[in-house]
Design a protein. Structure first.
Lengths: 303, 91
């Protein structure tokens, strides 16, 4: 079985892609980290690994302890990947309407799935995970990615410093969508401690019923307890249809097939680019479009 | 009376009600009745052209109305109309 240290080497240090050719001004640089280029295939392996590592090192996970959490996708896949590598069983509460790709990947990796109401999204799945835990607390470690401090710390320790180094300490704006809020909170906190003038801009779906997998419309959802709103300099709303239309545009211009939330982050980055006269703007691209065929096949503008 | 089941993200706009009873005869009429009762729902459910927003699925029983007669899909006395997020994650 691989050690924690061996797996840690497969996480982070993702490349940063120069999108400045999309910039409205030659004095505005655009950069984005390609987060699917690590084990687990998405940004979520960073918090999943930190959550697992902290739980193992503090003996909250011992022999036969089952990792339990709510997830609709990437965090679940990251847990299942790492759990398999570290021989830790994984039980996930997932809304029954998760996509066929996710069910297939999670089942292949051997995660136990508990299906929750299709009406309630991940908020409902979180409640079910809590109930399962309360019935048998000795059996499970409830990871609760929405409240687990290791979630944002993963980004504070890895992603934030990577951005700082990869931009040669010149980053002026960080732009990112809010889901569990771990990426935004950890990276914004780190960057502002390096240079308090760095602007950190949070993106939100424009409507409660949106199509940006992983994002939360905080006005109508349970706000994750790890979220620190004092880190937000500005909120920008992103329309789902604008992001979906951009998937094709970005694919044709960059050769990168982005997921809806990655495209939404890039749309947000371009909105900020149009507001500033100069700067070095950075975002994350959480995953590629290859896990989204079910939702994309009916909604991508005709090719 | 048919029953509309309202998903969690929209309950903020329905004074936390999770069902709505209607005598409407089609899905379109039922949703309009719901919006008339809770006007804040309009922008959440309908786009600028008053079409149903994509990424929201409407099911009568187990059938997606896109496979039936869309907004004109008839609603029977005991039918259940479910409004379901097209994606499971986030929301």
């Amino acid at each position: 079985m691989p050690s924690l240290q061996a797996i840690e080497k497969l996480i982070g240090n993702t490349p940063i892609f120069d999108f400045s050719f999309l910039s409205p001004s030659s004095s505005v640089q655009l950069w984005a980290k390609l987060e699917w280029l690590q084990i687990g295939g998405s940004v979520k392996v960073r918090p999943a690994f930190f959550i697992l590592k902290e739980a193992i090192l503090s003996n909250k996970i011992q022999k036969d302890t089952i990792l339990l959490d709510a997830s609709s996708g990437n965090t679940g896949i990251a847990y299942a990947t790492l759990g398999r590598a570290l021989n830790i069983p994984v039980t996930l509460c997932v809304p029954e309407n998760i996509s066929i790709e996710r069910k297939f990947i999670l089942q292949t990796l051997g995660a136990e799935l508990r299906y929750t109401s299709k009406f309630e999204g991940t908020d409902g799945a979180q409640e079910v995970a809590q109930q399962i835990y309360e019935k048998e607390p000795q059996k499970y470690y409830l990871a609760n990615q929405y409240a687990n401090e290791a979630n944002w710390r993963a980004h504070y320790v890895t992603t934030g410093p990577e951005i700082w180094q990869q931009t040669s300490q010149s980053v002026t704006h960080f732009v990112c969508g809010l889901g569990t809020t771990g990426s935004f909170t950890g990276i914004a906190r780190y960057l502002k401690q390096q240079n308090s003038s760095i602007q950190t801009i949070a993106l939100q779906p424009s409507h409660a019923m949106h199509g940006l997998e992983g994002w939360k419309h905080l006005e109508t959802a349970i706000v994750p307890s790890i979220f620190d709103p004092t880190l937000v300099d500005e909120y920008i709303s992103i329309d789902t249809q604008e992001a979906y239309a951009a998937i094709k545009t970005f694919a044709r211009k960059s050769g990168l097939f982005l997921s809806p939330s990655s495209a939404a982050n890039l749309v947000g980055l371009l909105k900020v680019a149009r507001q500033v006269s100069k700067g070095v703007l950075v975002t994350l691209l959480p995953d590629s479009g290859e896990r989204y065929f079910e939702v994309l096949k009916d909604t991508l503008p005709s090719l | 009376m048919a029953t509309i089941i309202i998903p969690t993200p929209l309950r903020k706009f329905t004074q936390s009600q999770f069902t709505f009873e209607t005598t409407a005869k089609t899905v379109g009429e039922a949703i309009n009745e719901l919006i008339n009762c809770y006007p804040e729902l309009k922008n959440q459910i309908l786009d600028e052209q008053n079409n149903f927003r994509p990424f929201i699925n409407f099911f009568v029983g187990d059938s997606d109305i896109r496979t039936l007669n869309k907004e004109q899909t008839p609603l029977g006395e005991n039918d259940v109309l479910s409004i379901i997020p097209a994606i499971a994650g986030g929301l």
